[in-house]
Design a protein around this ligand. Structure first.
Ligand SMILES: Nc1nc2c(c(=O)[nH]1)N[C@H]1C(S)=C(S)[C@@H](COP(=O)(O)OP(=O)(O)OC[C@H]3O[C@@H](n4cnc5c(N)ncnc54)[C@H](O)[C@@H]3O)O[C@H]1N2
Ligand code: MOO
Length: 401
């Protein structure tokens, strides 16, 4: 049985970034990772730009308060000034407009008094360059503005637009197949007969995948009969970079997944992990290189294994430099006393208080309890053995999502 860190290392050893593709600068590009450096094709701003509505002046003319200047032109944004500002002169200027030759500062209109074709400057100390954004301050032609490996966030959309990039090379979102297993399962639209339950892992895994930077595709429920399970799993494998199979990985007579995967040529790298919930996790690689996860069927076990092992793999396939999961030390907002035979990942909620961040364990009844897990945005890591910690004590916390 592997420790969590060793199992994660095994997973990451087999995860490689996917072949790159080109995406248009449209909302679907959000969250992709750039596969090439992006350089500026222009200076930004492309001209010295006024940051205020007011007057473009020569600061030396305004050394004494109350200076009066002749207003010789008006420059709205988008207009190229045709006249320079001489001694004793000013131009009416608006935010975003190019500063005219000769001027070296802008006075806000609140600090000036319009007097027909003249203006009195009431700003007592006009400094050179005030309210002026110098040409090329944000970026110079040829400078790298976004590095390969940068996740595309909304601000990156703006930067890409500014350098004229309407399509960019990125790592694709991995295609993730989801298969549920078990004769007891019915889909959500059906009322379960006695002895049966609804399939919760299928919908949850598609949502975890979408949140984790993958493109989910649900293949349905594999029944506990080898032939049908085998054909559904094969179908899933053929269309996926990563296949997630929930349930059927433990030691029961109907837990067919390990045998079916072996028949399909999957090589196993992880067969059990010393953790709770999630001990029977399976991880392997298929002959064509797909990553295959057999996630323990209890819904919270499935969830925790996704966060600890699948999401990091999806991040690497999707071109992220950091796999995660992120673990930080945080004080607990409520004391804990538990005994566990394995390191335990306890659903918890982050709390943002005036003294900073803390984490509160949620009421939770174990591996089948999704209602207890649902509000969680963190997992408190309890070491194996007896854990007693008081409110305020620091614990390792895995951040979710
Ligand atoms: N003798 C042993 N029994 C079990 C062991 C063990 O080591 N020895 N491990 C236990 C642990 S830990 C877990 S976790 C489960 C995992 O078992 P499987 O992955 O084989 O999962 P199943 O048996 O198929 O299901 C377990 C549980 O979860 C329910 N389930 C399964 N799939 C879904 C789904 N898609 N939606 C909702 N609920 C689902 C299923 O009905 C079972 O109740 O094994 C322990 N047993
Ligand atoms: O380790 Mo299992 O995943 O607790 O139910």
């Amino acid at each position: 049985m592997l420790e969590v860190a060793d199992a994660l290392a095994e997973v990451l050893k087999h995860a490689r970034p996917l072949e790159t593709e080109t995406v248009a600068l449209a909302p679907a590009a959000l969250g992709h990772v750039l596969a090439a450096d992006i350089a500026a094709d222009i200076d930004s701003p492309p001209f010295p730009k006024s940051l205020r509505d007011g007057y473009a002046v020569r600061s030396a003319d305004c050394a004494a308060p109350g200076a009066e200047l002749k207003v010789v032109a008006e420059i709205p944004a988008g207009v190229v000034p045709t006249r320079s500002v001489g001694a004793g002169e000013a131009c009416r200027i608006f935010t975003g407009a190019p500063l005219p030759e000769g001027a070296d500062a802008v006075v806000m209109q609140e600090d000036a008094q319009a007097l027909g074709d003249r203006v009195r400057i009431t700003d007592a100390a006009v400094k050179p360059r005030q309210h002026v954004y110098a040409r090329g301050t944000e970026m110079r032609v040829g400078a790298v503005v976004l590095r390969a490996g940068t996740p595309i966030n909304p601000a990156a959309f703006g930067v890409l637009a500014n350098v004229g990039k309407t399509a960019v090379p990125v790592y694709p979102f991995p295609r993730v197949g989801v298969v549920a297993t078990g004769d007891e399962l019915v889909e959500a639209g059906t009322k379960p007969d006695p002895g049966r339950i609804r399939n919760t892992n299928g919908p949850m895994l598609t949502a975890l995948t979408a949140r984790g930077g993958g493109r989910p595709r649900y293949f349905g429920i594999a029944r506990d009969a080898r032939a049908s399970a085998r054909s559904l799993i094969q179908e899933g494998l053929d269309a996926s970079d990563v296949l997630l199979i929930a349930g059927g990985v433990s030691v029961g007579d109907f837990d067919l997944v390990p045998a079916v995967l072996a028949e399909l040529g999957v090589t196993f790298h992880v067969r059990q992990v010393r953790m709770k919930p999630g001990k029977p996790l399976l991880f392997g690689t298929a002959p064509a290189g797909q990553l295959v996860f057999g996630l323990p069927g209890n819904p919270v076990s499935t969830f925790v294994c996704f966060e600890l092992f699948v999401r990091p793999a999806l991040r690497i396939l999707g071109g992220h430099a950091e796999a995660g999961p992120r673990t930080i030390r945080l004080p607990v907002a409520q004391g804990l006393a538990e005994s566990n035979d394995r390191p335990t990942y306890r659903p918890a909620k982050l709390e943002y208080g005036p003294d900073g961040l803390s984490v509160r364990p949620l009421a939770w009844s174990g591996a089948p309890d999704l209602v207890g897990l649902q509000p969680a945005d963190a997992l408190i890591v309890l070491p194996a053995g007896d854990t007693r910690c008081d409110c305020g004590a620091n614990m390792d916390v895995v951040l979710l999502g």
